[in-house]
Design a protein around this ligand. Structure first.
Ligand SMILES: Nc1ncnc2c1ncn2[C@@H]1O[C@H](COP(=O)(O)OP(=O)(O)OP(=O)(O)O)[C@@H](O)[C@H]1O
Length: 246
């Protein structure tokens, strides 16, 4: 079994054309190893979300190749790509992407059900208990706080055991205490459950919890640091990149 769970090879993404052509990812190659927690940082517009979206099969690059859990995404039909995202990829996004009409436990079991499995009620309850939401099982997203909604998304990743969990600014909308809880949970996915997490963040404190930090600037990886740095050094590195890109 490969130790690399998501691999981007010479990935290029461009938007617009002519004078307005913009290279969002400039031949980026990177591999995320199984059982690791990676942070992706860089100035606004440097290509972080684009990288995450390509790696998660949400966006197709103009050139290059993306492999997730051994499957090459490049020529998959939309249908197969949707199934692969559902079955092998977990999402913890700032917009929470929970289904508003479903309860917490229904949201947690949704990917498994869509994949034709029937998760045991005890397993769903255990996943919600692990993220501290045992008493919120019947609540709908509108009845949960932002942090609680994020925790439901983490519980979903616990239950469905995706090959890789992508988190886009998972703490961006949260206060510092709630952010720490979410980061603790993401760390636990990796340390106790051997899962793979790739997180885009602007927050040096969040990035410092990762095993590795990729710094992007102008659509390129300009630094690949492991183990992660202290929050202060991350903030200084990011500030230098912002200065250089101005
Ligand atoms: N659909 C699109 N059409 C045109 N340009 C786009 C589109 N999506 C992204 N871009 C541009 O591509 C570049 C990279 O965008 P991306 O969202 O990946 O950056 P980012 O590093 O995640 O930024 P931020 O930190 O502000 O979220 C930016 O210049 C952005 O304006």
């Amino acid at each position: 079994m490969t130790t690399q769970t998501a691999v981007l090879h010479d990935v290029r993404v461009t938007y617009g054309s002519g004078d307005r052509r913009l290279v969002a990812l400039d031949d980026v190659s990177v591999a995320f190893e199984r059982g690791t927690f990676s942070a992706v940082m860089g100035p606004s517009g440097s290509g972080k979300s684009t990288l995450l979206h390509c790696a998660a099969g949400l966006e197709r690059p103009a050139a290059g190749s993306v492999t997730v859990d051994g499957v090459v995404l490049d020529d998959l039909t939309e249908d197969r790509l949707t199934r692969l995202r559902r079955d092998r990829i977990g999402f913890v996004f700032q917009a929470f992407n929970l289904v508003s009409a479903l309860t917490a436990e229904q949201n947690v079991s949704l990917p498994a059900r869509l994949a034709g499995r029937r998760p045991k009620a005890a397993d769903v309850a255990a996943a919600l208990a692990e993220v501290g939401l045992a008493d919120r099982r019947q609540h709908r997203p509108s009845e949960l706080s932002g942090g609680e909604q994020q925790r439901v998304a983490v519980a979903r990743a616990l239950l469905s055991r995706p090959a890789v969990v992508f988190a886009d600014e998972p703490t961006g909308a949260l206060d510092s205490v709630t952010s720490r809880q979410i980061l603790d949970l993401l760390r636990r996915l990796v340390d106790e459950h051997g899962q793979t997490v790739v997180m885009v963040t602007h927050d040096p404190v969040a990035a410092a919890r990762a095993d590795r930090i990729l710094f992007l600037a102008d659509g390129r990886i300009v630094d690949d640091v492991r183990p992660a740095l202290s929050p202060e050094r991350i903030a200084a590195r990011t500030a230098r990149l912002v200065e250089q890109s101005c």
